[in-house]
Design a protein. Structure first.
Length: 476
């Protein structure tokens, strides 16, 4: 009956009102989902498909396309973020640093343990053997950042995932603890838990993982919990005796504190002693400080490729916080920086952006607006290669769920997806396509649920979208 009504309406209303060009995707409207979609060519601006393209909806991680564009226009593809080990103290003839050693966080979203290790080696090469003062972690640019999403707020006390990491300009390893689980001995024996980047785990371990029989299923449960004794990983389950090591990531409760513990351990492993332990700071190092060691991040274009391809929320929000440019930035200011960027895009219209990651469900934009952004970047000859590199091709993208549809869809589309499940389902996808005649186009689709439509499988969005885009690609 509903399908008959849709056919009848098509005789009365313009086809764009019910999904011209998106005939397959439009069927989701019958199930109660809100849909905003638009596809158009870039050479002549012709609209090939449209459904409520000006409806303001949640884009989820498609927000990262705004972040990538704003970052590229602010800094350019070859920008680096520098992390420094500095001091205002002297080093005496016995190799004593007569004061504090300060790690000045530079807002590097991909800073990792191995980078700290190389900086520590530089200290040793300089002849430093003892630090009379403290190791100070300076997160003066931003951190700790107030949580604005339920996931990140909950993760201050416990976390069962890696994406809800706390944010800091001096964070490492995407704000995550990492351990490996290895089978040991025979069936029933306790599995071995080792650190991914230290001789022994820095985080507390509570494990009841046992070694299972060969060819059995490996089933692991892991949660990080925090109390007065600090972070602790709670692990349960079993790992097959013939299985390889399984890596587990869980977000830490305090990114800067995680950095401090890791760096202090690396310093001591190098043979340098620290007299007074470590401290966290929100103030810059003294102006008289000099650099003892430093690390430059990968170029921005490489950071964005990782941020976009893997939809890394930590990296996206750290980059967005860097856009603020003032001390002790918070996510609301980061959102304002992104909104200021959007305001400069002719024809975009208003957008609400509370984060660079899209984790904030309050983010709002339109399908037409996303396409304005995509066209804007397409016409930036010096920036477009770095921007489009962050999108995935369905035929070989890192996300298996997008590997579907016709050959035309698989090989002629570059896209970014976005997913939220709370407080309502969001499935969004946007990017570029090339027609069989070699013409470039942009497309954007946002599907939002409600309390009446709490679940939405990606297949129900990607399958009809692939059919609709295939028709556009093959007919132009």
């Amino acid at each position: 009956m509903i399908r008959r009504l849709v056919v009848c309406l098509s005789l009365v209303f313009p086809l764009t009102a019910i999904g011209a060009g998106f005939s397959h995707l439009a069927q989701l409207d019958e199930e109660g989902f809100k849909i905003g979609a638009q596809a158009r060519l870039l050479d002549n601006g012709a609209t090939l498909g449209e459904i409520n393209a000006d409806q303001s909806l949640s884009p989820a991680s498609v927000t990262k396309a705004y972040l990538a564009a704003a970052a590229l226009e602010r800094w350019g593809p070859q920008h680096h973020f520098t992390t420094r080990l500095v001091t205002a103290a002297d080093v005496n003839d016995q190799g004593h640093l007569e004061g504090d050693l300060v790690l000045e966080g530079g807002g590097d979203p991909a800073l990792a343990s191995e980078h700290l290790w190389r900086m520590v080696q530089s200290l040793h090469h300089r002849g430093i053997r003892h630090i009379d003062g403290r190791l100070v972690i300076s997160q003066w640019r931003f951190g700790p950042v107030a949580c604005v999403t339920e996931d990140r707020c909950d993760a201050r006390s416990r976390s069962g995932n890696s994406y809800s990491a706390q944010l800091s300009s001096a964070g490492i390893n995407h704000g995550n603890w990492c351990v490996q689980v290895l089978p040991v001995g025979s069936t029933g024996d306790r599995a071995r838990i080792v650190s991914c980047d230290n001789r022994a785990p820095l985080v507390g371990i509570e494990s009841e993982v046992s070694t299972g029989a060969k060819d059995s299923a490996t089933e692991l449960y892991a949660e990080r919990v925090t109390n007065g004794d600090g972070d602790r990983l709670v692990l349960r389950g079993n790992i097959a005796a013939d299985d390889s090591a399984r890596t587990v990531y869980r977000s830490s409760a305090d990114a800067a504190d995680q950095t401090a513990q890791t760096l202090l351990t690396l310093i001591e492993q190098t043979g340098i002693t620290v007299e007074e332990g470590y401290a966290l700071s929100q103030t810059p190092p003294p102006e008289s400080s000099r650099t003892l060691a430093s690390h430059d991040s990968s170029a921005l274009q490489e950071l964005l490729l990782r941020t976009m391809n893997y939809s890394n929320n930590y990296m996206a929000d750290v980059l967005a916080l860097n856009l603020v440019g003032s001390a002790q930035a918070d996510l609301s200011q980061a959102g304002e920086s992104l909104e200021s960027f959007v305001a400069q895009l002719d024809g975009h219209g208003p957008a609400t952006l509370h984060s660079g990651s899209g984790l904030t469900p309050e983010n709002r934009t339109t399908a037409a607006g996303v396409n304005v952004l995509l066209e804007h970047m397409y016409r930036q000859a010096s920036l477009f290669p770095s921007f489009v590199a962050g999108l995935q091709s369905p035929v070989n993208g890192v996300m298996r769920m997008i590997r579907k549809g016709s050959d035309s869809f698989q090989n002629n589309v570059m896209l970014k997806t976005g997913t939220l499940n709370q407080p309502f389902a969001v499935r969004s996808v946007a990017g570029y396509f090339r027609t069989q005649q070699g013409r470039w186009g942009v497309f954007s689709v946002m599907v939002n649920g409600s309390s009446n439509t709490p679940y939405l499988n990606w297949t129900k969005v990607l399958d009809p979208l692939a059919k609709d885009l295939t028709a556009m690609i093959e007919s132009h």
